[in-house]
Design a protein around this ligand. Structure first.
Ligand code: MN
Length: 231
């Protein structure tokens, strides 16, 4: 019998509105899924197909946390996003089938080391160092799709210390939740435990130690993050 050298890392789980836990396996994130945000980043939305990056499950942090201002950045940004929680095995799904694979929704923050992301982008390198790091995927409790209802004109907004910075509608999404699940399922065997951050609207900006970030989407539990002192 071989000795396990250390305990296996634990996958995180997200509380649900009805008191259960949703175990998380993978975190997919969509880039440039609101036209106004793409414009403020100096690019246009690619309407041919969505594109993705990933965060490790261990980067997840639950709403209400205080997390340290992360290392290596001088431009730490907030991005409020609708998060999809996949609820069944999905591979090469049509859009209607993909819609039925969405177990529920959450309000999340895709925290970003913008300076590192943009430096990588300028050199045509991967974005990981700007996007995939500890505490960078913040998530509020999840709500089942049936209780949330159709994704449409719901408001998605974010404030820092009570001042509104992002304010849009889910109807501004370029690619709908079902379209994203269908497209991703052409490249991955999606499964229960997969979260998909669907992109952020315009108004992203920096935060500093002491800031309190609040994100909200009509019909979902709000997400909150406090930025602590640098490590
Ligand atoms: Mn994002």
């Amino acid at each position: 019998m071989q000795t396990r050298l250390f305990a296996s890392p634990q996958y995180p789980a997200v509380p649900t509105a009805d008191g259960a836990l949703y175990p998380v396996h993978r975190i997919f994130c969509v880039g440039r899924n609101y036209a106004e945000h793409a414009r403020e980043m100096g690019v246009e939305v690619d309407r041919e197909a969505p594109f993705y990056f990933m965060k490790d499950a261990c980067s997840l942090v639950l709403s209400g946390a205080t997390t340290p201002y992360p290392p290596g950045t001088e431009n730490y940004h907030h991005e409020v996003e609708l998060v999809l929680a996949v609820g069944r095995q999905t591979f090469r799904a049509a859009v209607a089938e993909a819609a039925a694979a969405i177990w529920g929704y959450g309000c999340g923050l895709d925290m970003t080391r913008r300076d590192l992301q943009q430096a990588a982008r300028a050199k045509q390198r991967p974005w990981d160092i700007g996007k995939n790091f500890e505490n960078s995927a913040v998530i509020a409790p999840l709500t089942q799709a049936a209780a949330f209802g159709p994704v449409g004109h719901q408001r998605i907004a974010l404030s820092v210390n009570g001042r509104t910075r992002q304010d849009a509608r889910l109807s501004d999404l370029v690619w709908s939740p079902a379209e994203l699940v269908a497209h991703l399922s052409r490249y991955y065997h999606l499964a229960p435990g997969d979260l998909i951050y669907t992109g952020t609207p315009a108004g992203v900006g920096p935060v500093v130690a002491g800031d309190v970030i609040q994100g909200e989407i009509d019909g979902l539990a709000p997400v909150e993050l406090t930025i602590g002192a640098p490590e």
